[in-house]
Design a protein around this ligand. Structure first.
Ligand SMILES: [Zn+2]
Length: 398
């Protein structure tokens, strides 16, 4: 439907069709004259493509009615519900699904637990079952799905659409080579894109919303602190993947060579200090509490009330984070650093303290014109961000 043909005249036609549709999508309502002028496409071509898009019910006309001052010009808008996009997020224990329309409105959302994932087949079937049941509930036909975008934990090969290695539940062995793209393309016959979840989050929410229209060269570092720690980098508006798509996986950056043991077996890695479970574990160890639970929200709350143990723990977390950022600053030189983590949601002066620490260790203060932005946990929806992968792939024409 929005495929670019790869030969001669049909290539130009198919590109113009996407350009026109995308322009209406982003700027609608627009007139036919707007399309001719802004896109530099001839009037007969615009007219032919618009007629076709109308016939397929992808767009419609508005403003036909007579008014007291005469006829309003006819404008074009998209039919938001003509097609749909599926977004999926794969975590250690759950799969999230979200279906959006072409206006990026969420039509449906659901979560399934991932129990008993022991093989590639188990995971693929679990994804398939969730998509099928969601389409049944929403009564959306398979044929109306433009694409499926997936955000996954683990190591993802973006080009082949394969999860190379991922741990699920509490099984010791990771599952390898899960061919998600091949499987879903054969089942749903649509565009399928899978990427690392932190890349998807950064791409979906900042890259697209920032919009490259203004030609601003964005250099963004995204640091995500949750159960694990993740990172993603945009340099000159491009996601940095590196070999094996693992650029930006900052969780195992060394922030203290003689430090505590990380889950991976290494010493003094960032994740061993700033992940949610690391912070909670530290509290229980210092307090010598066994067989009990504490959560990061409570630690932050006690910290806000001046509890010394909690403020010390948080200070240490922010210090380790500052080391990591200072090192990354030299390599990437970002103009924006986005921070997601409950410490920033719940601890009152987290950002202020982090900034203070950064100022004291940064290489050259004159170079440090970085904007630090907090991304609240409540805004993070990996499944929704994953739909942006599809929108971008289908509606971006150079
Ligand atoms: Zn590690």
């Amino acid at each position: 439907m929005f495929k670019i043909e790869n030969k001669g005249k049909s290539q130009i036609k198919s590109r113009n069709r996407i350009k026109i549709y995308s322009y209406i999508l982003k700027n609608g309502p627009v007139s036919r004259t707007d399309l001719e002028k802004k896109l530099g496409i001839s009037a007969p071509s615009v007219s032919r493509i618009v007629e076709n898009l109308k016939k397929e019910k992808l767009i419609r006309e508005i403003g036909k009615e007579e008014t007291s001052v005469g006829r309003k010009p006819i404008k074009l808008v998209i039919n938001k519900n003509a097609r749909y996009i599926v977004g999926i997020s794969i975590t250690k224990t759950k799969i999230y699904i979200c279906i959006t329309n072409l206006g990026a409105d969420i039509i449906y959302r659901n979560i399934n637990r991932l129990d008993e994932i022991e093989s590639e087949k188990d995971l693929l079937n679990a994804i398939d079952r969730l998509i099928t049941s969601s389409l049944n509930i929403t009564k959306i036909q398979k044929e109306l799905i433009l694409g499926i975008g997936i955000a996954s934990r683990g190591i993802v090969d973006y080009n082949t659409g394969t999860i190379l290695r991922c741990y699920f539940n509490y099984y010791k062995e990771p599952i390898r080579n899960i061919k998600v793209k091949d499987f879903l393309q054969s089942r749903y016959n649509c565009e399928v894109i899978i990427d690392n979840n932190i890349n998807v989050e950064l791409f979906g929410n900042f890259f697209l919303s920032n919009n490259i229209k203004d030609n601003k060269k964005n250099n963004i570092l995204y640091i995500y602190m949750g159960e694990g720690v993740g990172g993603s980098i945009i340099c000159n508006n491009e996601l940095v993947r590196g070999k094996n798509n693992i650029a930006g996986r900052i969780s195992h950056m060394i922030v203290d060579p003689n430090g505590v043991l990380c889950n991976c077996g290494g010493k003094g890695h960032l994740e061993a200090y700033v992940s949610k479970s690391a912070i909670e574990k530290q509290y229980l160890e210092i307090k010598k509490i066994k067989d009990s639970e504490i959560n990061i929200f409570e630690i932050c709350k006690m910290g806000n009330n001046g509890d010394k143990v909690c403020t010390d723990i948080i200070d240490d977390v922010l210090e380790k984070l500052a080391f990591a950022i200072a090192n990354l600053q030299i390599i990437i030189s970002p103009n924006t650093i986005i921070l997601a983590g409950e410490i920033f949601d719940y601890y009152d002066c987290a950002l202020e303290k982090l900034n203070e620490k950064l100022q004291s260790i940064i290489f050259d203060k004159r170079l440090y014109g970085v904007e630090l932005i907090i991304r609240p946990k409540k805004d993070i929806m990996f499944d929704h961000s994953a739909t942006a992968l599809i929108m971008n792939k289908i509606f971006t024409v150079e």
